[in-house]
Design a protein. Structure first.
Lengths: 254, 79
């Protein structure tokens, strides 16, 4: 029998205990917990960012998590991708992640897509979390979320540095990822495969993504397009404002 | 004068670069730095390097006012 709670069912005793630290917070409470339980979130990319995002959203009780990643677990992933075990080598990441997240919280539903992201997969979600590692996927996700008015939380990391930017497209039609990055240029020369990355920097950025998702789901998010940068080597955060490009091919005509 | 900040790995190759400069746009700063610091200039011209003025992401041709703080941010696209 499924342990998943349907939309308006009151929380069970077990759920009251499980989510008690949310229920104690005046700005969450039972109503907020029900919002989380009734939410659907898509995590694209189950690497160094997607692992902590999945763990925290599963533990928080986000009712439905969909996971999309075509990759299989490799030995070199285990330094930072904290959902996977040594024995998971060669298995699909989404299958391993589904197993682990279901063990963390049996009250949620986890759906796996061991495929590349596509426009068809981005449907009817409350939030999409971009944890991918390449510009093409980021651009596709951004364009779909903007078109379908789905809030997007996008992050990335390299070396000691992390970057996060989120867009509430349900409230704002202009200013998107395409306004900020130069879509016409090639992918950056350096990536995690050839340049390396510190695992906890991914953890920090993934945790910030999960926090941002929860803020959006609870209605507390008001920083459309603001960029957060973290430099783990010197221990500094920086907030940066961004501007809509009126000629943007994704949102410029909105 | 314009105050310069270099983030992440750009900071590693900008150790000897000036932290104050006279220029009209971020692109002009990039060209001035490239003349004296070729490796820094090369990395500033890599795809997807962002530039901010007073903590706002802007285009490389943004006119600069005296006293502005210009930061160069290397791309971070891994996940």
């Amino acid at each position: 029998m499924s342990a998943i709670t349907s939309n308006d069912e009151p929380l069970s005793h077990d759920q009251f205990m499980r989510y008690s630290r949310h229920l104690l917070m005046d700005d969450i409470g039972e109503e907020g917990q029900q919002k989380l339980s009734n939410s659907r979130v898509l995590i694209v990319g189950l690497g160094g960012l997607g692992c902590p995002v999945g763990l925290y959203l599963a533990a928080a009780g986000v009712g439905q998590l969909s996971l999309c990643d075509p990759d299989r677990v490799e030995l070199s992933n285990l330094q930072r991708q904290v959902l996977y075990r040594d024995v998971d080598s060669e298995q699909y990441k989404v299958s391993c992640a589904e197993r682990e997240l279901s063990l963390v919280n049996p009250y949620i539903s986890v759906i796996s897509y061991p495929t590349e992201i596509s426009a068809e997969l981005i449907q009817d979600y409350d939030v999409v979390v971009d944890c991918t590692d390449n510009l093409n996927a980021r651009q596709l996700i951004n364009a779909c979320c903007q078109k379908k008015k789905i809030p997007l939380v996008s992050a990335s990391a390299l070396g000691w540095e992390g970057q996060l930017v989120a867009f509430d497209f349900s409230q704002n039609r202009t200013l998107c990822l395409n306004c900020i990055v130069n879509k016409d240029s090639a992918d950056p020369v350096l990536n995690c495969s050839n340049s390396g990355v510190i695992g906890p920097v991914l953890g920090a950025m993934g945790s910030l993504q999960a926090t941002t998702v929860i803020r959006i789901l609870l209605g507390f998010f008001e920083q459309h397009g603001e960029m957060q940068r973290y430099d783990g080597k010197i221990g500094r955060w920086m907030g940066l404002t961004t501007q809509a490009d009126k000629n943007c091919e994704v949102c410029g005509a909105a | 004068m314009i105050k310069l900040l270099f983030f992440g790995r750009l900071g590693d190759v900008a150790c000897d670069a000036p932290k104050l400069i006279e220029a009209n746009t971020p692109a002009e700063i990039r060209d001035l730095l490239a003349a004296d610091f070729p490796e820094l200039g090369r990395q500033l011209r890599e795809p997807q390097v962002l530039v901010s003025v007073n903590q706002m992401i802007v285009s490389w041709n943004q006119p600069l006012a005296a006293g502005s703080e210009v930061a160069f941010l290397p791309p971070v696209t891994g996940g």
